[in-house]
Design a protein around this ligand. Structure first.
Ligand code: SAM
Length: 638
């Protein structure tokens, strides 16, 4: 019976595991602060293994560094002892939805998602604070006295975590922002599939720094830097030029093939660009002659050959014949050019070729290019008016039926849809861990309504308090997360009403909270014996069976959107996840009859609580029952 750790993975240890796979002999043991043995790396040996390529400590190399970078790596790798708790009453259509809305600091949340969503996310879109000097940034290590806090301009989120106003007078203005972003991007990358992609909105304040850390984290897999015309009037309060753009950085986890981001042409474009129609659909005629003068008979001999055209029917042939006119790729001034297809391709695709007589009486060869399946590459300047910030604000306001500024500058829904269209389909997962007013959720639902796919979103948002003098506060919203959830409910209703599409308009809400397990479980050394006797159960009193179930699912790497149900078996509550993928019973004194019934369902995994068994004999009995009735079951306790 294996014990669950009830902690997020320790990424330092998993890095050591990876090195151990390649160089097992560099692994050694050392003792931690409590005297426990733990695995470590013998760097001298590893250095020898890599001596040809190792960059020595103080050696110069091309990199971006800042005070706090090492801490950012530590922050990213350190496990969190927090957990996610389900909030059914704020969720919509809990039973059927596959979307997730998670409230909490995204660093902890990303850590908790490491097992369940490792290599599972197709696309991440984020719109982090741009560090304009007016942004609140989340302080990851909150150690400040009350006096210091009162003297500072900081505010607390609803859980008492600190958000600080990062002004340019802060000596670590850029460093603090970079530390915050680096740790989050580093672990977010783990969640991306190998063909996964990240889009990051940013402006001039941190663009060059962000590009450098992304180059490092995404191993140089830079895809594009899109310039977005977001505010056509420009910002008149700027010092020198009226800025009217921002950027979207695009990176991929691995190198992707050419054309990966191409999208289908839309109807309007197809009608404009493909004016001809035949029994196979819309098409346009493209000249077969290469229109680049640097290519011709002199350097492309195999592309210079004659066609023969029937002047009555305009049929094209490769063979001469009675009355047929010989046509070669010769320019009006006599330059001997070339075709774009060689003779073999022309023979295979002859049915696509046709000829037209031009004004001067000479014949030209054309190929039919059909609209079906036609794709286009997006350009790196986005100047579509639907992408303007004001359009984002208008879409948001119309949902809430108010002109009040409930949320500052939500992104344009059409912008996010355009990005998502490039790389997502089917039931791909889209993650936004700075989700604000939840524009990404609306974009996912609208796209699904349009094309019938079943993309799923995971949104993460800090329960950042709204200011008391804000429109949002006056409208009754106490946190930004409340605004986000309300927007999703309203958007889902509107999309259903307007399109009639049967989209998934629900979402499961989870809230970041302290672990379900009492602290003694983690640090017994800190408690004296008399206190220990108070801990009959290792579970906090206010936690429910479903709370425990979610923490177990996170540790076992199960998707939080899987179907879950609870049944009563002989008076005890038994949880089922995705049928019998996971069964769990966290009650006290679970009788043998219940354990037998669980085993008879042959679950893949089963979890009990340590305290579920009266004594060691009962525990051994459980193992025995499973050995007989369901030997394949993975049995765990917490
Ligand atoms: C610029 S807004 C995103 C706006 C969003 N794209 C939209 O269209 O509504 C950034 C959001 O990130 C949130 N945020 C900042 N730090 C965070 C953190 N550490 N964890 C989770 N959310 C955070 C802020 O509360 C803010 O709502």
């Amino acid at each position: 019976m294996r014990k669950l750790t009830m902690k997020s993975p320790d990424l330092t240890q998993s890095n050591i595991d990876r090195i151990a796979e390649w160089f097992p002999h560099v692994i050694t043991e050392t003792r931690d602060a409590d005297g426990n043995l733990k695995r470590a790396i013998d760097f001298e040996l590893l250095r020898q293994e890599l001596s040809g390529d190792l960059v020595e400590g103080d050696g110069e190399r091309f990199q971006l560094t800042w005070p706090g970078k090492k801490r950012a790596i530590l922050l990213a790798n350190a496990p969190t002892d927090k957990t996610l708790r389900p909030v059914r009453e704020e969720s919509a259509d809990w039973e059927n939805t596959r979307h997730l809305y998670i409230e909490g600091d995204n660093l902890d949340v990303l850590k908790l998602l490491q097992e369940s969503y490792l290599n599972k996310v197709k696309c991440i879109y984020i719109d982090p604070p741009y560090n304009t000097g007016k942004d609140f940034i989340y302080r990851d290590d909150f150690r400040m006295s009350k006096r210091e806090y009162l003297e500072s301009s900081d505010q607390l989120d609803v859980e008492g975590n600190r958000l600080f106003l990062n002004t340019e007078s802060n000596g670590r203005f850029h460093s603090d922002w970079l530390t915050m972003m680096y740790s989050r991007l580093k672990i977010a990358r783990n969640l991306l599939r190998d063909d996964g992609v990240i889009f990051i909105s940013i402006d001039d304040h941190e663009l060059e720094h962000l590009r450098m850390i992304c180059n490092e984290i995404f191993s140089g897999n830079f895809v594009a830097q899109i310039t977005l015309l977001c505010n056509p009037k420009g910002r008149s309060q700027d010092k020198y030029f009226a800025t009217n753009h921002e950027y979207i950085l695009v990176y991929s986890k691995s190198e992707l093939p050419k054309g990966y981001f191409s999208v289908s042409k839309d109807e309007e474009q197809i009608e404009a660009e493909y004016p001809e129609i035949d029994e196979h659909g819309r098409y346009r005629l493209l000249e077969l002659r290469n229109t680049h003068r640097e290519f011709g008979r002199h350097n492309r001999k195999n592309l210079f050959y004659p066609f023969y055209v029937d002047p009555e029917t305009a049929d094209v042939s490769l063979e001469p014949g009675e009355g047929r006119v010989k046509v070669e790729p010769i320019w009006d001034d006599g330059f001997e050019g070339c075709w774009t297809w060689d003779r073999n391709k022309a023979r295979r695709e002859l049915h696509l070729l046709t000829a037209k007589r031009s004004a001067n009486g000479s014949w030209k060869i054309y190929r039919k290019s059909y609209a079906e399946g036609a794709v286009k590459m997006l350009k790196t300047i986005f100047d579509d008016r639907r992408f303007y910030t004001e359009k984002g604000q208008a879409a948001f306001s119309s949902l809430f039926g108010t002109k009040a500024k409930l949320f500052q500058a939500p992104k344009s829904v059409e912008l996010i849809k355009t990005l998502l269209r490039t790389v997502t389909k089917d039931d791909d997962i889209v993650l936004d861990f700075f989700s604000g007013s939840a524009t990404t959720a609306q974009a996912v639902m609208e796209l699904n309504a349009e094309d019938g796919h079943r993309r799923r979103y995971i949104l993460v948002q800090l329960p950042e308090p709204t200011r008391e003098d804000s429109d949002a506060y006056r409208a009754g919203f106490r946190t930004i997360a409340e605004i986000g959830k309300e927007r999703i409910r309203r958007a889902a209703r509107k999309i259903r009403e307007e399109t009639g599409a049967g989209i998934d308009g629900g979402f499961r809400v989870f809230r970041l909270d302290s672990s379900n397990i009492k602290d003694v479980y983690y640090t017994p050394g800190e408690f004296v014996q008399t206190e220990l006797s108070g801990f009959v159960s290792n579970i906090k009193e206010d936690r429910t069976g479903e709370d425990l179930l979610i923490q177990v699912m996170l540790e076992l790497g199960l998707d939080l959107s899987l179907p879950m149900e609870s049944r009563r078996i002989d008076g005890k509550t038994v949880h089922y996840v995705a049928g019998n993928s996971l069964m769990a019973c966290f009650e006290d004194n679970v009788p043998e009859s219940v354990i037998r019934k669980i085993a008879q369902e042959r679950p893949l995994r089963v979890v009990f609580r340590d305290g579920s068994f009266a004594d060691d004999a009962a525990r051994i009995n459980v193992e025995e029952l499973f050995r007989i009735l369901s030997p394949g079951t993975d049995i765990r306790v917490l």
